[in-house]
Design a protein around this ligand. Sequence first.
Ligand code: HAM
Length: 420
Amino acid sequence: MNPFQAPTGTRDVLAPESARFALLVARFSKRAHTAGYGLVISPMFEDAGVFNRSIGEQSEVVSKEMYEFEDKGGRRLALRPEGTASVVRAFVQHRPQIPWKAWYVTPAFRYERPQAGRYRQHHQLGVEVIGTEDPDLDVETIALLDGYLRDVGLRSLDLSVNSMGDPNCRPRYESLLVEFLARNSSLLCEEHGRIWSMNPLRVLDCKRTECVALRESAPRLRDSLCEPCARHFERVLAGLEALGIAYQRDDFLVRGFDYYTRTTFEITSGVLDSAQNAVGGGGRYDGLVERLGGPAMAGIGFGSGIERVLLAGEAEGLFDEHESPIAVFVVDVTGGGHARNLTHLLREEGIASDRAFDDRSMKAQLRQADRSGARIALIVGADEAERNVITVKMLRGAQSQHQEQISQEELVARLRELLS
Ligand code: HAM
Protein backbone atom coordinates (compact mmCIF):
# COMPACT_ATOMS: atom_id res chain seq x y z
CA MET A 1 0.00 0.00 0.00
CA ASN A 2 1.33 3.48 -0.89
CA PRO A 3 1.99 5.71 2.11
CA PHE A 4 -0.15 8.49 0.59
CA GLN A 5 -3.51 8.40 -1.16
CA ALA A 6 -5.77 11.23 -2.31
CA PRO A 7 -7.81 12.30 0.75
CA THR A 8 -11.15 10.54 1.32
CA GLY A 9 -13.84 11.99 -0.91
CA THR A 10 -11.42 13.49 -3.44
CA ARG A 11 -10.29 12.14 -6.80
CA ASP A 12 -7.36 12.47 -9.14
CA VAL A 13 -8.61 13.09 -12.66
CA LEU A 14 -6.26 11.60 -15.23
CA ALA A 15 -6.45 11.32 -19.02
CA PRO A 16 -8.67 10.39 -20.82
CA GLU A 17 -11.27 11.50 -18.24
CA SER A 18 -9.50 14.82 -17.80
CA ALA A 19 -10.00 15.50 -21.52
CA ARG A 20 -13.77 15.20 -20.99
CA PHE A 21 -13.49 17.46 -17.98
CA ALA A 22 -11.72 20.08 -20.12
CA LEU A 23 -14.30 19.59 -22.88
CA LEU A 24 -17.15 20.43 -20.49
CA VAL A 25 -15.36 23.60 -19.42
CA ALA A 26 -14.82 24.54 -23.08
CA ARG A 27 -18.49 23.94 -23.96
CA PHE A 28 -19.67 25.93 -20.97
CA SER A 29 -17.27 28.77 -21.61
CA LYS A 30 -18.45 29.00 -25.22
CA ARG A 31 -22.11 29.12 -24.16
CA ALA A 32 -21.38 31.69 -21.47
CA HIS A 33 -19.35 33.97 -23.75
CA THR A 34 -22.01 33.71 -26.44
CA ALA A 35 -24.52 35.06 -23.92
CA GLY A 36 -22.32 37.96 -22.76
CA TYR A 37 -20.78 36.50 -19.58
CA GLY A 38 -17.16 37.22 -18.58
CA LEU A 39 -14.94 34.87 -16.59
CA VAL A 40 -14.37 35.69 -12.92
CA ILE A 41 -11.54 34.10 -10.97
CA SER A 42 -11.63 34.61 -7.23
CA PRO A 43 -9.79 33.01 -4.29
CA MET A 44 -10.49 29.46 -3.23
CA PHE A 45 -10.71 30.62 0.38
CA GLU A 46 -12.43 33.59 2.00
CA ASP A 47 -13.06 35.06 5.40
CA ALA A 48 -15.41 32.43 6.89
CA GLY A 49 -17.91 35.24 7.50
CA VAL A 50 -18.54 35.51 3.73
CA PHE A 51 -20.11 32.04 3.79
CA ASN A 52 -21.69 32.24 7.24
CA ARG A 53 -23.54 35.38 6.25
CA SER A 54 -24.56 34.25 2.75
CA ILE A 55 -25.35 30.58 2.96
CA GLY A 56 -26.53 30.84 6.58
CA GLU A 57 -25.07 29.52 9.83
CA GLN A 58 -27.94 27.05 10.23
CA SER A 59 -27.49 25.49 6.79
CA GLU A 60 -25.92 22.02 6.59
CA VAL A 61 -23.21 23.32 4.28
CA VAL A 62 -21.98 25.87 6.83
CA SER A 63 -22.78 24.14 10.12
CA LYS A 64 -21.59 20.64 9.23
CA GLU A 65 -19.62 20.64 6.01
CA MET A 66 -17.42 23.71 5.77
CA TYR A 67 -13.64 23.36 5.81
CA GLU A 68 -12.91 26.16 8.24
CA PHE A 69 -9.49 26.95 9.67
CA GLU A 70 -7.33 29.59 11.22
CA ASP A 71 -4.32 30.71 9.20
CA LYS A 72 -0.91 31.53 10.65
CA GLY A 73 -2.02 35.14 11.11
CA GLY A 74 -5.00 34.08 13.23
CA ARG A 75 -7.62 34.83 10.51
CA ARG A 76 -10.75 32.67 10.42
CA LEU A 77 -10.90 31.37 6.83
CA ALA A 78 -12.92 28.77 4.94
CA LEU A 79 -12.43 26.88 1.68
CA ARG A 80 -15.29 27.84 -0.59
CA PRO A 81 -18.15 25.31 -0.35
CA GLU A 82 -19.79 26.88 -3.46
CA GLY A 83 -19.22 29.74 -5.89
CA THR A 84 -21.95 32.32 -5.28
CA ALA A 85 -20.87 33.89 -2.00
CA SER A 86 -17.32 34.68 -3.17
CA VAL A 87 -18.49 36.03 -6.52
CA VAL A 88 -20.94 38.34 -4.76
CA ARG A 89 -18.19 39.38 -2.32
CA ALA A 90 -16.01 40.22 -5.35
CA PHE A 91 -18.85 42.27 -6.84
CA VAL A 92 -19.27 44.27 -3.64
CA GLN A 93 -15.52 44.87 -3.46
CA HIS A 94 -15.03 46.00 -7.09
CA ARG A 95 -18.47 47.32 -8.04
CA PRO A 96 -18.33 46.58 -11.79
CA GLN A 97 -21.00 47.94 -14.17
CA ILE A 98 -24.40 46.31 -13.82
CA PRO A 99 -25.89 44.10 -14.95
CA TRP A 100 -22.71 42.21 -14.14
CA LYS A 101 -22.69 38.84 -15.89
CA ALA A 102 -19.96 36.52 -14.62
CA TRP A 103 -19.17 32.85 -15.19
CA TYR A 104 -16.74 30.66 -13.28
CA VAL A 105 -15.24 27.23 -12.91
CA THR A 106 -14.11 26.32 -9.43
CA PRO A 107 -13.43 23.50 -7.03
CA ALA A 108 -15.85 23.47 -4.09
CA PHE A 109 -15.23 21.81 -0.74
CA ARG A 110 -17.84 20.18 1.49
CA TYR A 111 -17.23 17.69 4.26
CA GLU A 112 -19.96 15.31 3.08
CA ARG A 113 -20.31 11.55 3.32
CA PRO A 114 -18.56 10.49 0.11
CA GLN A 115 -20.36 8.30 -2.41
CA ALA A 116 -20.67 8.08 -6.20
CA GLY A 117 -21.47 11.61 -7.37
CA ARG A 118 -20.83 13.19 -3.96
CA TYR A 119 -17.32 14.30 -3.13
CA ARG A 120 -15.51 16.40 -0.57
CA GLN A 121 -13.92 18.32 -3.40
CA HIS A 122 -16.10 18.67 -6.45
CA HIS A 123 -15.98 21.14 -9.33
CA GLN A 124 -18.66 23.55 -10.42
CA LEU A 125 -19.30 25.51 -13.56
CA GLY A 126 -21.63 28.39 -12.90
CA VAL A 127 -22.82 31.91 -13.58
CA GLU A 128 -23.93 34.81 -11.42
CA VAL A 129 -25.69 37.95 -12.65
CA ILE A 130 -26.01 40.95 -10.41
CA GLY A 131 -28.05 44.08 -10.84
CA THR A 132 -31.50 43.24 -12.18
CA GLU A 133 -34.74 41.65 -11.04
CA ASP A 134 -35.94 41.21 -14.61
CA PRO A 135 -37.63 37.78 -14.83
CA ASP A 136 -36.35 37.39 -18.39
CA LEU A 137 -32.92 37.01 -16.82
CA ASP A 138 -34.17 34.01 -14.85
CA VAL A 139 -35.21 32.52 -18.18
CA GLU A 140 -31.83 33.40 -19.73
CA THR A 141 -29.85 31.66 -16.98
CA ILE A 142 -32.06 28.57 -17.03
CA ALA A 143 -31.73 28.44 -20.84
CA LEU A 144 -27.94 28.66 -20.48
CA LEU A 145 -27.79 25.70 -18.10
CA ASP A 146 -30.23 23.73 -20.22
CA GLY A 147 -28.32 24.55 -23.45
CA TYR A 148 -24.97 23.57 -21.96
CA LEU A 149 -26.29 20.20 -20.76
CA ARG A 150 -27.75 19.58 -24.21
CA ASP A 151 -24.44 20.59 -25.85
CA VAL A 152 -22.78 17.90 -23.76
CA GLY A 153 -25.34 15.49 -25.23
CA LEU A 154 -27.38 14.62 -22.14
CA ARG A 155 -30.92 13.61 -23.00
CA SER A 156 -32.50 12.34 -19.79
CA LEU A 157 -33.00 15.67 -18.00
CA ASP A 158 -35.81 17.18 -15.92
CA LEU A 159 -36.10 20.83 -15.00
CA SER A 160 -37.96 21.75 -11.80
CA VAL A 161 -38.82 25.34 -10.90
CA ASN A 162 -40.34 27.05 -7.90
CA SER A 163 -40.73 30.50 -6.42
CA MET A 164 -39.64 30.96 -2.81
CA GLY A 165 -41.22 34.39 -2.48
CA ASP A 166 -39.44 37.36 -0.94
CA PRO A 167 -39.13 39.04 2.48
CA ASN A 168 -42.68 40.40 2.04
CA CYS A 169 -44.47 37.12 1.61
CA ARG A 170 -42.17 34.36 2.83
CA PRO A 171 -42.47 35.15 6.57
CA ARG A 172 -46.25 34.74 6.28
CA TYR A 173 -45.75 31.37 4.65
CA GLU A 174 -43.17 30.35 7.22
CA SER A 175 -45.56 31.03 10.07
CA LEU A 176 -48.22 28.88 8.36
CA LEU A 177 -45.63 26.15 7.93
CA VAL A 178 -44.48 26.41 11.53
CA GLU A 179 -48.08 26.03 12.75
CA PHE A 180 -48.50 23.00 10.51
CA LEU A 181 -45.24 21.37 11.61
CA ALA A 182 -45.94 22.03 15.29
CA ARG A 183 -49.26 20.20 14.94
CA ASN A 184 -47.65 17.28 13.06
CA SER A 185 -44.13 17.05 14.47
CA SER A 186 -44.68 13.47 15.65
CA LEU A 187 -45.06 12.44 11.99
CA LEU A 188 -41.72 13.88 10.88
CA CYS A 189 -38.58 11.80 10.31
CA GLU A 190 -36.37 11.16 13.32
CA GLU A 191 -33.98 14.05 12.58
CA HIS A 192 -36.58 16.69 11.68
CA GLY A 193 -38.79 15.59 14.56
CA ARG A 194 -36.00 16.96 16.78
CA ILE A 195 -34.73 19.97 14.84
CA TRP A 196 -37.49 21.14 12.48
CA SER A 197 -37.96 24.43 14.29
CA MET A 198 -34.36 25.52 13.58
CA ASN A 199 -35.13 25.79 9.87
CA PRO A 200 -38.70 24.75 9.01
CA LEU A 201 -38.23 25.12 5.22
CA ARG A 202 -35.60 22.36 5.29
CA VAL A 203 -38.34 19.84 6.11
CA LEU A 204 -39.79 20.40 2.62
CA ASP A 205 -36.43 19.36 1.15
CA CYS A 206 -36.11 16.17 3.23
CA LYS A 207 -36.02 12.96 1.20
CA ARG A 208 -37.05 10.59 4.01
CA THR A 209 -40.43 8.88 3.59
CA GLU A 210 -42.05 10.36 6.71
CA CYS A 211 -41.32 13.98 5.70
CA VAL A 212 -42.18 13.33 2.05
CA ALA A 213 -45.56 11.87 3.08
CA LEU A 214 -46.34 14.72 5.47
CA ARG A 215 -45.41 17.56 3.15
CA GLU A 216 -48.19 16.55 0.74
CA SER A 217 -50.68 18.09 3.15
CA ALA A 218 -48.45 21.04 4.16
CA PRO A 219 -49.39 24.61 3.15
CA ARG A 220 -47.85 25.58 -0.18
CA LEU A 221 -45.71 28.61 -0.88
CA ARG A 222 -47.48 29.23 -4.17
CA ASP A 223 -50.68 30.06 -2.23
CA SER A 224 -48.82 32.64 -0.11
CA LEU A 225 -46.88 34.52 -2.80
CA CYS A 226 -47.45 38.27 -2.82
CA GLU A 227 -48.67 39.89 -6.00
CA PRO A 228 -45.23 41.06 -7.31
CA CYS A 229 -43.66 37.62 -6.64
CA ALA A 230 -46.57 35.83 -8.29
CA ARG A 231 -46.32 38.12 -11.33
CA HIS A 232 -42.55 37.66 -11.50
CA PHE A 233 -42.91 33.88 -11.48
CA GLU A 234 -45.68 33.95 -14.11
CA ARG A 235 -43.34 35.83 -16.42
CA VAL A 236 -40.54 33.30 -15.81
CA LEU A 237 -42.85 30.39 -16.67
CA ALA A 238 -44.16 32.19 -19.75
CA GLY A 239 -40.55 32.80 -20.85
CA LEU A 240 -39.64 29.13 -20.50
CA GLU A 241 -42.68 28.23 -22.56
CA ALA A 242 -41.78 30.81 -25.22
CA LEU A 243 -38.30 29.24 -25.55
CA GLY A 244 -39.71 25.70 -25.63
CA ILE A 245 -37.96 24.66 -22.42
CA ALA A 246 -39.99 21.94 -20.67
CA TYR A 247 -40.32 22.28 -16.90
CA GLN A 248 -42.33 21.07 -13.97
CA ARG A 249 -43.33 23.16 -10.97
CA ASP A 250 -42.06 21.73 -7.71
CA ASP A 251 -43.54 23.37 -4.62
CA PHE A 252 -40.93 21.73 -2.45
CA LEU A 253 -37.82 22.92 -4.28
CA VAL A 254 -36.48 25.17 -1.52
CA ARG A 255 -32.76 24.30 -1.87
CA GLY A 256 -30.23 24.30 0.91
CA PHE A 257 -29.01 27.88 1.25
CA ASP A 258 -30.51 30.83 3.11
CA TYR A 259 -29.86 33.36 0.36
CA TYR A 260 -32.53 32.22 -2.08
CA THR A 261 -35.53 34.42 -2.95
CA ARG A 262 -38.15 34.04 -5.69
CA THR A 263 -37.13 31.69 -8.55
CA THR A 264 -35.28 28.49 -7.66
CA PHE A 265 -34.53 25.75 -10.18
CA GLU A 266 -32.78 22.45 -10.50
CA ILE A 267 -32.05 20.06 -13.37
CA THR A 268 -31.85 16.38 -12.49
CA SER A 269 -30.61 13.49 -14.57
CA GLY A 270 -32.80 10.41 -14.95
CA VAL A 271 -29.76 8.14 -15.20
CA LEU A 272 -28.20 9.04 -11.83
CA ASP A 273 -29.03 7.65 -8.43
CA SER A 274 -31.82 9.79 -6.96
CA ALA A 275 -29.82 10.74 -3.84
CA GLN A 276 -27.44 12.83 -5.97
CA ASN A 277 -29.05 13.29 -9.35
CA ALA A 278 -28.93 17.11 -9.56
CA VAL A 279 -26.64 18.10 -12.43
CA GLY A 280 -27.24 21.80 -11.81
CA GLY A 281 -29.25 24.12 -9.65
CA GLY A 282 -29.61 27.73 -8.70
CA GLY A 283 -31.92 30.63 -8.17
CA ARG A 284 -32.36 34.28 -7.23
CA TYR A 285 -30.75 35.86 -4.19
CA ASP A 286 -32.13 39.38 -4.24
CA GLY A 287 -30.93 40.33 -0.72
CA LEU A 288 -27.44 38.85 -0.81
CA VAL A 289 -25.45 41.79 -2.18
CA GLU A 290 -26.78 43.93 0.65
CA ARG A 291 -26.09 41.21 3.21
CA LEU A 292 -22.43 41.24 2.15
CA GLY A 293 -22.17 45.00 2.56
CA GLY A 294 -23.20 46.22 -0.91
CA PRO A 295 -26.24 48.18 -2.09
CA ALA A 296 -29.74 46.65 -2.31
CA MET A 297 -29.36 44.80 -5.59
CA ALA A 298 -30.85 41.67 -7.10
CA GLY A 299 -28.89 38.62 -8.24
CA ILE A 300 -29.34 35.18 -9.76
CA GLY A 301 -27.15 32.27 -10.80
CA PHE A 302 -26.59 28.54 -10.88
CA GLY A 303 -23.90 25.95 -10.37
CA SER A 304 -23.46 22.66 -12.22
CA GLY A 305 -21.27 19.84 -10.93
CA ILE A 306 -18.71 18.68 -13.48
CA GLU A 307 -18.35 15.21 -11.90
CA ARG A 308 -22.13 14.71 -11.94
CA VAL A 309 -22.37 15.69 -15.61
CA LEU A 310 -19.52 13.30 -16.44
CA LEU A 311 -21.26 10.48 -14.54
CA ALA A 312 -24.54 11.17 -16.34
CA GLY A 313 -22.69 11.32 -19.68
CA GLU A 314 -21.05 7.95 -19.01
CA ALA A 315 -24.38 6.41 -18.02
CA GLU A 316 -25.91 7.74 -21.25
CA GLY A 317 -23.00 6.27 -23.26
CA LEU A 318 -21.87 9.64 -24.60
CA PHE A 319 -18.14 9.18 -24.42
CA ASP A 320 -16.15 7.25 -26.98
CA GLU A 321 -13.64 5.06 -25.16
CA HIS A 322 -11.22 5.33 -28.09
CA GLU A 323 -11.24 9.09 -28.30
CA SER A 324 -7.65 10.31 -28.47
CA PRO A 325 -6.20 13.75 -28.71
CA ILE A 326 -3.32 12.27 -30.74
CA ALA A 327 -3.84 11.99 -34.49
CA VAL A 328 -0.43 10.75 -35.61
CA PHE A 329 2.18 8.56 -33.90
CA VAL A 330 5.73 8.52 -35.24
CA VAL A 331 7.59 5.21 -35.12
CA ASP A 332 11.31 5.65 -35.72
CA VAL A 333 13.77 2.77 -35.49
CA THR A 334 16.76 4.72 -36.82
CA GLY A 335 17.72 6.29 -33.49
CA GLY A 336 14.93 8.79 -32.86
CA GLY A 337 16.14 11.82 -34.84
CA HIS A 338 13.36 11.51 -37.43
CA ALA A 339 10.75 11.17 -34.71
CA ARG A 340 12.08 14.30 -33.01
CA ASN A 341 12.03 16.32 -36.26
CA LEU A 342 8.73 15.01 -37.60
CA THR A 343 6.73 15.48 -34.39
CA HIS A 344 8.08 19.03 -34.16
CA LEU A 345 7.11 19.72 -37.78
CA LEU A 346 3.60 18.29 -37.33
CA ARG A 347 2.97 20.13 -34.06
CA GLU A 348 4.02 23.40 -35.69
CA GLU A 349 1.40 22.62 -38.36
CA GLY A 350 -1.22 22.01 -35.66
CA ILE A 351 -1.36 18.23 -36.18
CA ALA A 352 -1.43 16.47 -32.79
CA SER A 353 1.36 13.94 -32.72
CA ASP A 354 3.44 11.84 -30.39
CA ARG A 355 6.31 9.38 -30.51
CA ALA A 356 8.16 6.70 -28.58
CA PHE A 357 11.37 7.38 -26.69
CA ASP A 358 14.38 5.30 -25.61
CA ASP A 359 15.02 3.68 -29.00
CA ARG A 360 12.57 0.85 -28.52
CA SER A 361 11.99 -1.98 -31.01
CA MET A 362 9.65 -1.58 -34.00
CA LYS A 363 7.19 -3.99 -32.38
CA ALA A 364 7.14 -2.09 -29.08
CA GLN A 365 6.75 1.27 -30.84
CA LEU A 366 3.89 -0.02 -33.01
CA ARG A 367 2.16 -1.34 -29.90
CA GLN A 368 2.55 2.08 -28.30
CA ALA A 369 1.19 3.74 -31.45
CA ASP A 370 -1.86 1.54 -31.29
CA ARG A 371 -2.42 2.20 -27.59
CA SER A 372 -2.10 5.96 -28.11
CA GLY A 373 -5.38 5.92 -30.04
CA ALA A 374 -3.74 7.70 -33.01
CA ARG A 375 -5.39 7.19 -36.38
CA ILE A 376 -2.14 7.16 -38.34
CA ALA A 377 1.36 5.81 -37.72
CA LEU A 378 4.33 7.28 -39.57
CA ILE A 379 7.09 4.72 -39.81
CA VAL A 380 10.76 5.47 -40.44
CA GLY A 381 13.02 2.41 -40.64
CA ALA A 382 16.43 1.96 -42.23
CA ASP A 383 14.88 1.44 -45.67
CA GLU A 384 12.75 4.61 -45.49
CA ALA A 385 15.67 6.66 -44.18
CA GLU A 386 17.85 5.55 -47.05
CA ARG A 387 15.24 6.36 -49.70
CA ASN A 388 14.18 9.57 -47.92
CA VAL A 389 10.52 8.52 -47.62
CA ILE A 390 8.05 7.91 -44.83
CA THR A 391 5.62 5.00 -44.52
CA VAL A 392 2.11 6.16 -43.65
CA LYS A 393 0.01 3.44 -42.04
CA MET A 394 -3.66 3.83 -41.19
CA LEU A 395 -4.32 2.36 -37.75
CA ARG A 396 -8.06 3.01 -37.48
CA GLY A 397 -11.12 3.93 -39.50
CA ALA A 398 -12.42 2.71 -42.86
CA GLN A 399 -8.95 2.40 -44.43
CA SER A 400 -7.42 0.62 -41.44
CA GLN A 401 -4.13 -1.17 -42.34
CA HIS A 402 -3.83 0.77 -45.63
CA GLN A 403 -0.18 1.69 -46.15
CA GLU A 404 1.70 4.00 -48.54
CA GLN A 405 5.05 5.67 -48.84
CA ILE A 406 5.48 9.40 -49.43
CA SER A 407 8.17 12.04 -49.37
CA GLN A 408 8.52 14.48 -46.51
CA GLU A 409 7.45 17.35 -48.82
CA GLU A 410 4.08 15.69 -49.42
CA LEU A 411 3.60 14.70 -45.80
CA VAL A 412 1.57 17.53 -44.23
CA ALA A 413 -0.86 17.88 -47.16
CA ARG A 414 -1.41 14.11 -47.31
CA LEU A 415 -1.99 13.82 -43.57
CA ARG A 416 -4.55 16.62 -43.66
CA GLU A 417 -6.35 14.75 -46.43
CA LEU A 418 -6.31 11.44 -44.54
CA LEU A 419 -7.42 13.02 -41.27
CA SER A 420 -10.24 15.14 -42.69
P1 HAM B 1 -25.69 23.40 -5.17
O1 HAM B 1 -27.00 22.85 -5.60
O2 HAM B 1 -25.26 23.15 -3.79
O3 HAM B 1 -25.76 24.96 -5.48
O4 HAM B 1 -24.55 22.87 -6.12
C1 HAM B 1 -24.61 23.02 -7.52
C2 HAM B 1 -24.30 21.70 -8.20
O5 HAM B 1 -23.01 21.23 -7.77
C3 HAM B 1 -25.24 20.56 -7.85
O6 HAM B 1 -26.39 20.61 -8.67
C4 HAM B 1 -24.37 19.34 -8.16
O7 HAM B 1 -24.37 19.11 -9.57
C5 HAM B 1 -22.99 19.81 -7.75
N1 HAM B 1 -22.61 19.36 -6.40
C6 HAM B 1 -22.97 19.90 -5.22
N2 HAM B 1 -22.41 19.24 -4.19
C7 HAM B 1 -21.67 18.25 -4.72
C8 HAM B 1 -20.82 17.22 -4.18
N3 HAM B 1 -20.60 17.09 -2.88
N4 HAM B 1 -20.20 16.37 -5.05
C9 HAM B 1 -20.39 16.49 -6.38
N5 HAM B 1 -21.16 17.44 -6.93
C10 HAM B 1 -21.79 18.32 -6.14
C11 HAM B 1 -24.76 25.84 -5.29
O8 HAM B 1 -23.65 25.53 -4.96
C12 HAM B 1 -25.15 27.26 -5.57
N6 HAM B 1 -23.98 28.13 -5.35
C13 HAM B 1 -25.71 27.41 -6.96
C14 HAM B 1 -26.08 28.82 -7.26
C15 HAM B 1 -25.38 29.70 -7.96
N7 HAM B 1 -27.19 29.42 -6.83
C16 HAM B 1 -27.18 30.68 -7.26
N8 HAM B 1 -26.07 30.88 -7.94
